[in-house]
Design a protein around this ligand. Structure first.
Ligand code: ZN
Length: 464
């Protein structure tokens, strides 16, 4: 027995009570926790140089503790009730749970060093990595990382570097130091890795994107605007912050152009007004399915109308601390509103029309069955999540696009990125759209919805 104890103390390097208590004390006193962080991950978290003003411990963003909550009695309760769970050799979780305060949190340690939750599991489970221009991918199942989406993600970053006018020096730094993209297999896995019940989340402290989507450019857009600004306050009015990510990255498997149309429809039908979401609390009153598309549309208008530099100025002017953000309101004048409405009426249009407008810019369809389009139908190891979700009992054969007519509309998917790339619904008709003959059997789709000339591709009809 004594030999066993001796062996554990000699070879195991798990978190000790001394370190745990010291860590809790430092964190709760808002001290500098740098000394506790694993050196390798500390360097990783600072490699891209983004700084958040007024944040004491960038590494802990997302693990924030409400300062008002930390009273002496809470602190004493934490110190007397925390638990250390050693889940493997060198891997420990510090668990804090105060049921009376409904407060529960966990901190992760390798040896005696603090690491982020994703890092902890990646190391413990030894995930596969794949390197690319700007992104270092981690995945357990490399089949989910199609060559196509890896290339497209990097091309997206290239395009955003141009849009945001990110300097040569900064883009070289990004190529060298990489954004980390952790691709999770499903909801269960992302919850375990990130600690959140979500489809995707960005860890600002470490520049990690954790997602179940193989093409999650919404979160990458959030990251890139921060990278461009380099030193900024942590909080920005959501109409601008989310608006930017939606305008360029879309959201929830919907491409930006699809969301612009939804946003325009929502404004047109008075379900939400731009004036309603100019403050943080105003924005939060609405479900994300309303506030996000409208914000995206407004940001797109701002960038298109005033240019990216002016937009970034507005963005910075409306970024501040967590306390002051509640007092900010985005300034919109009567002229802005007038110009925005003009923009909606002239610049935004649905890419699918329920009429025969065959021509240079459109493909015309007369179809009531689903059409799958592929370069060459074949079975690959890549499997499309959205395809499997929609066509549960059908085998996926490397289809790139799916055009799906239904009773009252048409949806077009890119199965390689799992995105809805165009969408038409007869109840979503805008007053400017031609709405004479609404019949999903006949419709046209603008050619620029597709990356390819679909006439030269392989089509197969799917009859449900
Ligand atoms: Zn977002």
């Amino acid at each position: 027995m004594s030999i066993l104890i001796f062996e554990i103390s000699l070879f195991s390097n798990n978190l000790t009570n001394d370190v745990a208590q010291n860590f809790i004390k430092t964190l709760y006193e808002n001290g500098d926790i740098r000394q506790f962080i694993l050196r390798e991950e500390f360097d990783l978290s600072n490699r891209l140089g983004i700084e958040y003003v007024d944040v004491q411990n960038k590494f802990m963003i997302g693990y924030g503790i409400d300062r008002n909550f930390i009273t002496e009695s809470v602190f004493n309760e934490v110190i007397s009730s925390y638990k250390i769970e050693n889940i493997a050799h060198d891997f420990s979780i510090l668990k804090i749970n105060i049921p009376s305060k409904n407060y529960k949190t966990e901190y992760f340690f390798i040896n005696e060093n603090l690491v982020s939750r994703p890092y902890f599991y990646l190391k413990k489970e030894n995930w596969d990595t794949l390197n690319s221009d700007y992104i270092l991918f981690f995945s357990k199942d490399s089949a989910r990382l199609s060559d196509y989406s890896v290339k497209k993600l990097n091309r997206f970053i290239d395009a955003m570097i141009t849009l945001l006018k990110i300097s040569k020096e900064q883009s070289v730094n990004l190529k060298k130091n990489k954004l980390v993209y952790i691709l999770c297999e499903n909801q269960e896995e992302i919850k375990r890795i990130s600690g959140f019940d979500t489809r995707g989340i960005f860890f600002l402290g470490q520049n990690y994107l954790v997602s179940t989507y193989n093409y999650h450019v919404h979160e990458i857009s959030h990251f890139l605007i921060n990278y461009k600004l380099n030193k900024l306050p942590l909080f920005t009015l959501p109409v601008l912050q989310e608006g930017f990510a939606v305008a360029y990255g879309g959201r929830g498997g919907k491409q930006p152009s699809v969301l612009y149309n939804i946003g325009r429809f929502l404004l047109e039908s008075d379900l939400i007004k731009i004036n309603d979401i100019l403050t943080k609390s105003g924005f939060e009153q609405f479900d994300a399915s309303l506030s996000y598309p409208v914000s995206g549309l407004y940001v797109k208008y701002l960038v298109d109308n005033f240019g990216i530099e002016k937009f970034l100025e507005i963005y910075k002017d409306n970024s501040t601390t967590d306390l002051l953000i509640t007092q900010l309101k985005l300034n919109i004048t009567e002229t802005d509103l007038y110009e925005f409405n003009k923009y909606l009426n002239t610049k935004i249009s649905n890419k699918i029309k329920p009429v025969n407008t065959k021509g240079e810019v459109n493909y015309y369809f007369s179809a009531k069955d689903t059409i799958f389009i592929s370069n060459k139908p074949s079975l690959t190891c890549y499997s499309s999540d959205i395809f499997n979700e929609i066509f549960k009992y059908t085998e996926y054969a490397n289809y790139k696009y799916g055009i799906i007519p239904s009773e009252n509309g048409v949806s077009v998917y890119n199965f390689f990125t799992n995105e809805l790339i165009a969408f038409f619904n007869s109840s979503f008709i805008h007053k400017n759209d031609i709405s004479s003959e609404i019949n999903a059997k006949y419709f046209s789709i603008e050619k620029d919805v597709f990356e390819d000339d679909i006439n030269t591709m392989h089509h197969s009809i799917f009859n449900k």
